[in-house]
Design a protein around this ligand. Structure first.
Ligand code: HEC
Ligand code: HEC
Length: 319
């Protein structure tokens, strides 16, 4: 009897080991970086509109992270801006059209894979400190426009510092599992009148407002049920990001015009000027056409009322 029992246990252990291995192989396979656009797809590499690309660039806030720090030119994209996080410090790379140090040799497909799939030209995962989690909703036509605009800028020599990440966060491959949990590549479901739809596109695919104005769980994923409810300011080196849902303490009392005016000037409805990382967001938004800012206001007015997380709260638990 006893011997039979041991055999059973052995069999069971064997089965568990095999299942474990299959699980690991499955996870490895599922988390593999996958590009979505083939290199040099001819229809991608032709055309594009520089002026439209400029709007996309500012709506996406690329300059906030990629402009060289310590100088005023927001179109000098040498990188080097530091982004502290609970997982280590990131340094935004050079995305100027420099052929060696920036994206000068990149195709539109390379840029599309970075922004839409979070995958690099050499086939590794990017960290979500780069908000591709938002840009994934971009239209491919706009990636093309953006690329035409970036190629028109001044090449800046020099690479940014390497990220300062402790083990195990320095293993890019592990980001595949993070992506499985938190990276939603489903396209936007357009809702509302045409102006609301335009606003939705600018806010949800480019402005990445939710990336700062939402609490995150312990794995750094946005807590969906509290999207836009505000939370601790991870990127801004401390502080609090306000609620911008339709809560009375958020944008409940603001009109679309108030929101547009704020995005252009940085003054809220009480006449106070905004600071911190939002100051940099305003510099980007101020470059957008008035109609786009009003559209963003119209869309933000459609967001639900959401209660802010308690201010003392440690990072929210995984949902
Ligand atoms: C919140 C800061 C932030 C914003 C905003 C941002 N990026 Fe980045 N970006 C990063 C970081 C950090 C990385 C490095 C990611 C990594 O190493 O995995 C990165 C990486 C990249 C890369 C890959 C570069 C390389 O050498 O592999 C490209 C291309 C890029 N960003 C383009 C853009 C564009 C275009 C925009 C605007 C639409 C943008 N980024 C907005 C922070 C940002
Ligand atoms: C990089 C992080 C970041 C991003 C991206 C961001 N915000 Fe903010 N926002 C902040 C911070 C931090 C504050 C608080 C600034 C302060 O207290 O002075 C703020 C403040 C605000 C306020 C002011 C509320 C008030 O009552 O004064 C509004 C409105 C706002 N943001 C809207 C937006 C919108 C719309 C977007 C997207 C286009 C956006 N934010 C993107 C960080 C961000």
């Amino acid at each position: 009897m006893a011997a039979k029992g041991i055999i059973h246990v052995r069999k069971l252990l064997g089965a568990l080991v095999i299942l474990g291995l299959l699980g690991a192989v499955g996870a490895w396979f599922l988390s593999a970086p996958r590009a979505v656009y083939a290199k040099l797809e001819p229809s991608l590499e032709q055309g594009g509109d520089k002026e439209k690309g400029r709007v996309i660039f500012f709506a996406g806030g690329c300059a906030s992270c990629h402009a060289s720090p310590g100088q005023e030119d927001r179109l000098k994209l040498g990188g080097g801006y530091s982004l502290p996080s609970p997982f280590g410090t990131f340094y935004a790379p050079n995305i100027s059209p420099h052929r060696e140090d920036g994206v000068g040799k990149w195709t539109v497909a390379d840029m599309a894979n970075a922004l839409i799939a979070g995958v690099s030209p050499d086939g590794s995962h990017y960290y979500p400190a780069f908000p591709f989690t938002t840009y994934t909703k971009m239209k491919i036509e706009d990636v093309k426009n953006l690329m035409v605009f970036i190629r028109s800028l001044e090449p800046v020599a020099g690479k940014a510092k390497a990220h300062d990440m402790p083990f195990p966060f320095n293993i890019r491959r592990s980001l595949g599992m993070w992506k499985l949990l938190f990276f939603d590549r489903a396209p936007l479901v357009a809702t509302g009148a045409p102006d609301v739809q335009r606003g939705q596109y600018l806010v949800e695919s480019l402005g990445h407002c939710a990336e700062c104005h939402s609490p995150r769980n312990i794995l750094g994923g946005i807590v969906t049920a509290q999207r836009y409810a505000g939370g601790p300011d991870a990127e801004g080196k401390g502080g609090w990001v306000p609620n911008i849902s339709q809560h009375a303490k958020g944008l409940g009392e603001w009109t679309p015009k108030d929101i547009a005016g704020f995005l252009k000037t940085g003054f809220n409805i009480e006449g106070d000027v905004v600071g911190g990382t939002m100051g940099s967001v305003i510099k980007n938004m101020a470059e957008l056409p008035e109609a786009d800012l009003l559209a963003m206001g119209a869309y933000l007015k459609t967001l639900p009322v959401r209660e802010s997380p308690p201010k003392s709260a440690a990072p929210a638990k995984k949902e």
